[in-house]
Write a protein that binds this ligand. Structure first.
Ligand code: AMP
Ligand code: MG
Length: 407
């Protein structure tokens, strides 16, 4: 595979097939599991636990509903949410005042809204046209006991937190987070806060990488900026591989005079140096250093982020035990010309929105160079142009990959 031009899809498949998901588990309080990957959860309860009223009104037996005209029922008690009716089973000809969420008293199976009855003292007059069983939420209608409520491999969402709470679950077993160690390389790189010398630039890849990793709920180990010296790069790789499941570096992976990553990896690991048929982000190193999986991302900031999102993010999700689906692509009308040469998949940065008639439309963020980081920050999507496509004319349809959900 070395040195050949790989398609984006082949590279992604190759990476995903090289991964064994983590299996270790830990049990955490419900408040701490948002974004973590679940193991299967089955319900030990019915939700709701008992039949209850969906309305404020009157509970009665369907047998007492008048076929025509009206009937008068005797008010025999009150049922509140959290304070059930405690009297004997409700008899024919009786009804119970009931509030939303109150347990349906024995002997009743139907609720009439309070606006639809007439009350005279203890007598409640009910008209025709009601349906047996109406306005009642049945026991177990949301979740039945024994039902799977969370599939293994699901990343826990706010709705899942609510669902788990509705089952009375205070602690949740989840998969361990992948440990990811990362560093950037380059003699020219300075940290924000430092003074720039002639030819220096601020290191933007490492903070962006950390931020992308934080969104994935992985454990991050930031090993700093490593200067372009063989021994320093080698030490950084060894340290990273010793403490992490995944190692990520940026820069130094091409064929410049100070690009030591490749030399070091030939000595320390089993790594392929790919040229991927994509723009931005052509070079990508992938393999292993020790037991850790290794990704060597390009140094150019847009290339580093794009290769992260297209390859490293799905890989980390699979390692974390998540069931990884193919990225969501939507069709949008492009409102301007996009220059593109054939042969590589372009991930141009775009701004997608919805036209008044509901059609999605997308425009470019402008200058598309791999060093133009503002293109990533202005964008809310990638415009994904397949390898065999040429220049896009205004009005043509394109695929967009929204950042929402991706990031
Ligand atoms: P390299 O892949 O190391 O040859 O770097 C390619 C380009 O990306 C050069 O212009 C570098 O200065 C720039 N670059 C590399 N690493 C970073 C970084 N961490 N932050 C910002 N720019 C970088
Ligand atoms: Mg460099």
């Amino acid at each position: 595979m070395k040195h050949s031009l790989l398609s984006v899809d082949d590279a992604r498949l190759h990476i995903l097939s090289a991964i064994t998901p983590l299996t270790q588990q830990e049990t955490l309080p419900l408040a701490n599991v948002l974004g973590r990957v679940a193991v299967e959860v089955c319900s030990a309860l019915d939700v709701p636990p008992s039949a209850n009223s969906a309305m404020d009104g009157y509970a009665l037996s369907a047998a007492d509903l008048p076929a025509s005209e009206t009937s008068d029922l005797v008010l025999a008690g009150i049922a509140y949410a959290g304070k059930p009716y405690t009297g004997n089973s409700v008899l024919p000809g009786q009804c119970i005042r009931i509030m939303t969420g109150a347990v349906l008293p024995a002997g009743t199976d139907t609720v009439i809204m309070q606006e639809q009855v007439e009350c005279h003292g203890d007598m409640v007059q009910v008209g025709a046209g009601h349906v047996p069983g109406q306005n009642v939420r049945l026991a177990g209608e949301d979740i039945a006991r024994g039902q799977t409520v969370m599939q293994a491999g699901r990343r826990i969402t706010p709705a899942d937190i609510g669902l788990l709470a509705s089952l009375g679950i205070s602690h949740v077993t989840v998969l361990r987070r992948p440990r990811v160690a990362f560093f950037s390389t380059g003699d020219e790189l300075r940290a924000p806060g430092e003074v720039l010398g002639q030819g220096d630039i601020y290191d933007s890849n490492r903070p962006a990488l950390r931020a992308m990793l934080q969104r994935l709920e992985v454990e991050v180990h930031d090993l700093g900026t490593v200067r372009d010296q063989r021994s320093l790069v080698k030490n950084a790789l060894l340290e990273a591989a010793g403490r992490a499941d995944v190692v990520i570096s940026t820069g130094g992976a091409s064929v410049g005079d100070t690009d030591f990553i490749k030399d070091c990896l030939e000595e320390l690991g089993q790594v392929d140096f790919w040229k991927i048929a994509m723009k931005p982000g052509k070079p990508l190193a992938f393999g292993r250093v020790g037991a850790a999986l290794f990704f060597g991302l390009p140094g150019n900031p847009v290339s580093a982020m794009t290769t992260f999102y297209q390859f490293v993010q799905p890989a980390l999700r699979r390692i974390a035990g998540e069931v990884v689906t193919t990225p969501l692509l939507l069709k949008a009308i492009c409102t301007e010309t996009l220059k593109k040469g054939p042969g590589r998949t372009d991930f141009q940065r775009g701004i997608v929105d919805t036209r008044e008639d509901g059609q999605l439309r997308v425009r470019s963020t402008g200058e598309q160079g791999s060093g133009i980081l503002t293109s990533m920050s202005k964008a809310n999507c990638y415009i994904v142009l397949p390898a065999d496509r040429g220049t896009v004319q205004a009005g043509e349809q394109v695929d967009v990959q929204p950042f929402a959900g991706l990031i």
